[in-house]
Design a protein around this ligand. Structure first.
Ligand SMILES: NC(=O)c1ccc[n+]([C@@H]2O[C@H](COP(=O)([O-])OP(=O)(O)OC[C@H]3O[C@@H](n4cnc5c(N)ncnc54)[C@H](OP(=O)(O)O)[C@@H]3O)[C@@H](O)[C@H]2O)c1
Length: 333
């Protein structure tokens, strides 16, 4: 069993813990919260072995194989760095870091700790539907572009409208639409088509100064991908990938719960895979096989691919922000 500790006690950590239980490959060794009462309540609810209010003490004392970081984005870097220095692998929520400087520093630390793995929790690219889509893209005679959409109204936008500054909508916490829901369609583009040659971002800012929604253009050698994402409105449009006469369609670039392939004659085949009991189950299952058998050739190849995606996505996110003159306090370090 893989001994895991968690950071953050919001709903995403609860969903992760439930996925871990379904996978039957992890034991919840420790939970961390800034507040004792929250730590103890989360630990009791999920039958964790221990709870901590000091992150360094958890890393020192809990005998962890891996830590899961679901803190605000700007905290990921220091928490990941500390875990790697303790020879503990890291599953970090997306986006893994705030900028490429932080990614470079993590890569340098990883080189000093060859047994440690850094895994970004980009759930959509671990799903059976993603694998079906990947296969269908490879079968297209050519790719002429894509439009990828993921936009969901965030309850925290109500707080922004009420004059508050929730973490996810602030630059101080490396938040905003691009860093949040925008990560998923960008992951999809990078995983399917590689790193774009040029990018441009056209954000719509909200009262906090962060981006609430936006449109990103990713320019590849001979086609473009248009990405439409946000947290201040809802989108119901399908995403599409254009072949020649063929088109692939997905219900949502973030949720990826339905995939269809339209043939040259316009007939549609449903490529959708069976429903998941928990959207995080595929990634925790993938990560478990890697952590348990890192030297297996397939696992090692998958890790190289995931780490490359992580680096490329974070470069794209940074380049998009630079194109829009959108900087974070974390960029100053
Ligand atoms: N994969 C997905 O589907 C998914 C979904 C949602 C979020 N996420 C990612 O998960 C991460 C957390 O997102 P979230 O919306 O849960 O963030 P959040 O609510 O702002 O904070 C998450 C946790 O961090 C701690 N925290 C909050 N404010 C803090 C502060 N000022 N300083 C230190 N710790 C603080 C809190 O835990 P304690 O009070 O217990 O310390 C909180 O439960 C982000 O990276 C986000 O992108 C992923």
């Amino acid at each position: 069993m893989i001994r895991i500790g968690t950071v953050g006690t919001h709903w995403i950590t609860q969903q992760l813990v439930e996925a871990l239980a379904l996978s039957q490959q992890y034991e919840l060794a420790a939970v961390y919260s800034r507040h004792d009462q929250t730590a103890q309540a989360f630990a009791a609810k999920n039958h964790a072995q221990a709870s901590y209010t000091d992150y360094a003490t958890m890393l020192n004392d809990a005998n962890l194989d891996v830590v899961y970081l679901a803190s605000p984005n700007s905290l990921h870097f220091q928490q990941a760095l500390a875990a790697i220095r303790h020879d503990i692998s890291v599953i970090v929520e997306k986006p893994a870091v705030s900028n490429q400087g932080e990614m470079t520093a993590l890569m340098a630390e990883l080189a000093k700790h060859p047994h440690v793995r850094l895994l970004e929790a980009a759930r959509n690219v671990h799903t059976p539907n993603f694998h079906a889509l990947e296969k269908a893209v490879a079968a297209l005679p050519t790719v002429q572009g894509a439009t990828l959409t993921y936009m969901k109204y965030s309850s925290r936008y109500d707080n922004v409208l009420a004059g508050e500054r929730p973490n996810v909508f602030t630059k101080e916490f490396s938040g905003g639409a691009l860093q949040d829901l925008g990560v998923y369609p960008i992951y999809l583009a990078v995983a399917l088509f590689g790193q774009p040659a040029n990018v441009a971002y056209f954000p719509t800012l909200v009262a906090t100064g962060a981006d609430g929604k936006g449109i990103a253009i990713l320019r590849y050698g001979d086609f473009d991908v248009t990405v439409n994402f946000g947290k201040t409105s809802n989108a119901y449009a399908w995403s599409e990938i254009y072949g020649l006469k063929e088109t692939l369609a997905l219900d949502s670039a973030g949720e990826l719960t339905q995939v269809k392939a339209y043939a040259a004659d316009g007939t549609a085949a449903d490529l959708t895979q069976p429903d998941l009991p928990n959207p995080m189950l595929p990634e925790v299952t993938d990560f478990a096989r890697l952590l348990q058998d890192p030297d297996d050739a397939q696992n090692a190849a998958d890790y190289r691919r995931w780490l490359r995606w992580s680096q490329q996505v974070n470069q794209v996110l940074y380049d998009l922000r630079v194109s829009a003159n959108l900087y974070f306090p974390a960029d100053e370090n």
